[in-house]
Design a protein around this ligand. Sequence first.
Ligand code: SF4
Length: 308
Amino acid sequence: MSQTSISWTNCVWNPITGCSPASVGCRNCYASRLAGRLALMGQAVKYGGLTNKINGKIVWTGDVRLSADTLLTPLSWRKPKLIFVNSMSDWAHERVPKAWRDQILAVAALAPQHVFQALTKRAGIARDYLNDPNTPGRVEAEMRNIATRQGMETPTLVWPLPNWWSGVSVENQEAADERLPIVGKTCAAIRFASVEPMLGPVQLGKNADCLEWLICGGESGPGARPFAVEWADALVKECQQQGLAVFVKQLGKRPTFNGADLVILNESGRRDGHGGEPGAWPAELQHLNMREFPSGVAQQQKGAADGR
Ligand code: SF4
């Protein structure tokens, strides 16, 4: 299993690797840095040539790649899991052919024990793909291909896939105004938004009606930008008023509170670069310790995520 420290999922699955920045939220892309390192650490087949070093910074080249070795991995996981799809890419990237998406959704359809959490900043491409009336037929054909090769039975395709969650990443109000109405019109069993890195206040407004889940958090890693805890406070309140499940993932590397830097220490007494341990948050911020999931998530899956 591909372990992850991301607290709202159980594991990551990366059948596609490679990406390119879509908006200001991508400025400090963690995935490009990790891809550059992995390419040098023996994973050249999957990550080699997908990044360049420019002015000392590792950046995506814009190429994308399908990993045939990784594609079928979830079929071998018997225990139900929450699976973050393509943490090292964007499944709706412009260069990803429809046929690759068809194969990915076919695997999800053949593994109904799991929940597949797919995030994108390319909300329009994800909507057009999932709403296309020809997509279910192509996914069903891929299901049959894979099932035949694997000696599996082909279940009847249910559309939208009950275990495919379609989400958008938004970093500020501008991105929210652009992408949330689009995800709201996307054919998916569960629609959600991740406001991370949260770079400013975000109001959901009417868009909350179309969402089942909201994640928020501050930025971590080199170059992390400030995160005013008050932004999360207001967003959490709005979610609660709207009855929307909310998951506050982390306060990030540079949280501020009441206009001053907020220092969060880790277990070793050092400054925490993620702020992802609610137990380390000050008492006056404990009301932000909200780690909810959409209703219907199996306890086994939720428990695994909660237990990090
Ligand atoms: S969409 Fe995600 S993976 Fe792609 S550049 Fe932006 S942050 Fe990185």
